[in-house]
Design a protein around this ligand. Structure first.
Ligand code: NAD
Length: 428
């Protein structure tokens, strides 16, 4: 397959943004090690479908505001597309396209029968009331009705969305069908077909991957000093799991800044504080620090669980961790990756490290389709098995070929998708 004709290639594609270019550059780097046919690689550089909608919402004050909404479906080769919905001021089509592509490699790496998707609404969720968020979610879901479905595209929570958001999406979709369709979303409340352990899955999965890496390196997890950036669903649970496994969590942060205590923080107490106050703002459990300071703290393990683009060429030289675990998607820029690798800092890549969420989402979907539910222990054990299997494949590949864990993880995911696309052929 030839690349886009020159005139088309020179016009900027709608999703072509720095984050999307970073996803494609990572893909191209991995493809050089993956030995897949160029026409297959070229197909996979583009999202299959990119949707832009506008979402009118009646605000509490009476007037209507129209918000831009997006959904990008990168690849449906292995099954329905799957990915989170975020409410954030920085949501763009390009951000969704990059995140959707990473989801494809992540699902394939974990051998889940899904492709990648991502979506969201550009808004400031902190300024919206609960009623406004509900109306925004229901209208956004209605706009996406022709494009989502249990066998087509299955949303899940992401930044600033949660179980309640998924319940509204599930209800809006079900009302249009005329019967309950729990399998349309994952990450919903247990009372409507959600899975036990889904809420904790991403953060707990981060720590399962960190523990596996520590085993390989001969570092006892309970002796590690950890720093966690982001104290939401992923970072909050990861910090708690580390704390409960005996590691010392010396600092955590959220958008309001960080807290540092060299002797270790009581994560249960911080969780309780955030439940009452909504964030770490004003918390005096330790010394207040900025997020920049937090990223430069001396520690063994730095968990990045806030958002993309946090370690860059500017601050990578200041990182004083021995290992970085990417709980967030795309938190390390390409330039930073090279600097960290030169400095001998091991990076556990996002598509492996935060895959616990989509894996338990897959378990949730399977349980919903079968109307048969598993116990927490069964799910935790199945998750540990899936993550260990993926981790071992990635570690062995990286070890044998002297490539980074990120490249090895991408190559593993790309191979799965490429083999399926070759077998099916590029339609027509
Ligand atoms: P969340 O909204 O629950 O939490 C995000 C946290 O990061 C909040 O504490 C917020 O205050 C903090 N934060 C935001 N900007 C920050 C900054 N500049 N510095 C420090 N802290 C900052 O979101 P989440 O679900 O925990 O998602 C976090 C990341 O993990 C995102 O990249 C998301 O795509 C990724 N992720 C989430 C899941 C999931 O299951 N929730 C699964 C895979 C990946």
């Amino acid at each position: 397959m030839a690349s886009l004709p020159e005139a088309v290639a020179h016009a900027q594609l709608e999703w072509d943004t720095p984050l999307y270019r970073m996803a494609v550059a990572q893909f191209d780097h991995a493809v050089a090690h993956a030995a897949i046919p160029e026409d297959i690689a070229e197909r996979l550089r583009y999202p299959e479908r990119s949707i832009i909608v506008s979402v009118p919402v009646r605000m509490d004050a009476g007037k209507r505001v129209v918000f831009p909404g997006y959904r990008v479906q990168h690849s449906s080769i292995l099954g329905p597309t799957k990915g989170g919905i975020r409410y954030d001021l920085e949501v763009t089509l390009g951000e969704c396209a990059a995140l959707a592509m990473w989801m494809t490699w992540k699902c394939a790496l974990l051998r889940l029968p899904y492709g990648g998707a991502k979506g969201g609404v550009r808004c400031d969720p902190r300024t919206l009331s609960l009623g406004e968020v509900e109306r925004l979610t229901r209208r956004f879901t209605s706009e996406l009705l022709p494009f989502i479905g249990p066998q087509q595209d299955i949303p899940a929570p992401d930044m600033a969305t949660n179980e309640q958001t998924m319940a509204w999406m599930m209800d809006t979709y079900s009302m249009q069908r005329g019967y309950a369709v729990p399998e349309i979303v994952t990450g919903k409340p247990i009372s409507i077909g959600g899975s036990v352990f889904r809420h904790e899955a991403t953060g707990a999965g981060v720590v399962m991957v960190v523990a596996r890496a520590c085993d390989r390196l001969g570092w006892p997890l309970a002796e590690q000093r950890c720093v966690v950036q982001g104290f939401g669903n992923v970072g909050g649970i990861a910090a708690l799991e580390l704390f409960e496994r005996g590691a010392t969590v010396v600092a955590v942060s959220d958008v309001s800044g960080g807290i540092h205590a060299a002797i270790g923080l009581d994560i249960h107490a911080l969780q309780a504080y955030v439940r009452v106050h909504g964030s770490l703002e004003g918390c005096d459990a330790g010394r207040r620090i900025t997020n920049d300071e937090l990223l430069g703290l001396e520690c063994d393990i730095l968990v990045l669980a806030a958002r993309e683009d946090q370690i860059t060429a500017e601050n990578a030289p200041n990182v004083r961790a021995r290992m970085i675990a990417e709980g967030a998607n795309g938190p390390t820029s390409l330039e930073a990756d090279a600097i960290l690798s030169q400095r001998g800092i091991l990076v556990l890549p996002d598509i492996l490290t935060n895959a616990g969420g989509v894996t338990v989402s897959y378990f949730e979907w399977v349980q919903d389709l079968g109307r048969l539910f598993w116990t927490r222990d069964e799910i935790r054990a199945k998750l540990a098995e899936k993550l260990s299997d993926a981790f071992d494949r990635v570690w062995e590949h990286a070890d044998g070929r002297d490539v980074s864990l990120r490249t090895a993880a991408l190559v593993a995911g790309i191979h799965e998708v490429s083999a399926a696309l070759e077998a099916r052929g590029i339609f027509p």
